[in-house]
Design a protein around this ligand. Structure first.
Ligand code: AMP
Length: 278
């Protein structure tokens, strides 16, 4: 496995790869959720490239860029054991050698960013799309793997690829959870034990919602009320329902509904997101 941190060497190594390339873009602090993407990429491609980059331009001014967990040695070990060929781990200066205020950005339209995470994190998806486009160009990947944990991100990347005719296949990957259903996230490291218990009510709300929906009697209002009750100790940012194919808000839930939640924990103010297809 090669660990590369500059663009010249990356281009050289990518040129030398034979066959298909599966790209897994990450911000590091890798866990079993990331590993599931890497394993799928390894199964479906001749080569796997993992990028590890805490992308500054997708963080807002008051967000956790500086304290975002960084565990390079563990990450490299996980990648090596999973058969990764190249880890690309650049510094921000390598990725953005030009003036950060003078960058060409990819800005997805309001219709997809002015809701859910995009609404509370202005500019976030401009940063995501711009770095992902750079990674697509640099890696020359055949396929790129994205988790459904960040469903809005996945939807926006799929739209970008379609709108801009990127020659790459986007492969969605299911959410990996702990045994107690907490969705794996690098930010779970911030949680105190007491908060982790409270955070479980996010996935609990989603799984109960699915049951209520399947019972055939529950309304959207009843599902929201049940979720709010379960998440009393959390600071709920949103509970929303969109059509999984269009990402349009839905007045009524149906078999195409994706339910999404973002909430903050009471002590460390950790922002967690999760979702479920009803
Ligand atoms: P991140 O490092 O948080 O930017 O995530 C990198 C990729 O891993 C993204 O495509 C995420 O959606 C995906 N990912 C993160 N957590 C999970 C999880 N629990 N299950 C599946 N995919 C995940």
């Amino acid at each position: 496995m090669k660990i590369i941190n500059n663009i010249k060497d990356l281009k050289e190594e990518i040129k030398n790869l034979k066959g298909t390339i599966g790209l897994v873009p990450t911000m590091g602090a890798l866990h079993d959720g990331h590993k599931s993407l890497i394993d799928k990429a390894a199964k479906e491609n001749d080569n796997v490239v993992v990028s590890i980059f805490v992308n500054p331009i997708q963080f807002g001014a008051n967000e956790d860029l500086d304290k975002y967990p960084r565990t390079p040695e563990n990450d490299y070990k996980l990648c090596e054991n999973a058969g990764v060929k190249i880890v690309f781990a650049p510094t921000p200066d390598v990725m953005y050698s030009q003036d950060k205020n003078n960058l060409t950005l990819i800005c997805p339209p309001y219709s997809v960013v002015d809701k859910l995470c995009g609404k509370s994190r202005p500019g976030h998806f401009d940063g995501v799309c711009s770095v992902v486009a750079k990674l697509f160009n640099l890696s020359k990947a055949t396929r790129a793997y994205f988790g459904q944990k960040d469903y809005q991100q996945l939807f926006i990347i799929q739209k970008m690829v379609k709108d801009l005719n990127f020659d790459i296949e986007i492969v969605p990957c299911p959410i990996v959870r702990e045994n107690d259903n907490l969705a794996l996230s690098s930010r779970n490291r911030y949680l105190k034990d007491s908060e982790r218990k409270i955070a479980l009510n996010i996935s609990k709300s989603l799984f109960e919602a699915k049951k209520l929906f399947e019972s055939g009697t529950a309304t959207k209002r009843a599902i929201i009320d049940n979720s709010l009750k379960l998440m009393e100790e959390l600071d709920v940012e949103y509970i929303e329902f969109v059509d999984v194919n269009t990402f349009e808000f839905q007045d009524e839930i149906d078999e195409n509904t994706l339910m999404l939640i973002a909430a903050r924990t009471p002590e460390t103010n950790t922002r967690l997101i999760d979702n479920i297809k009803l």
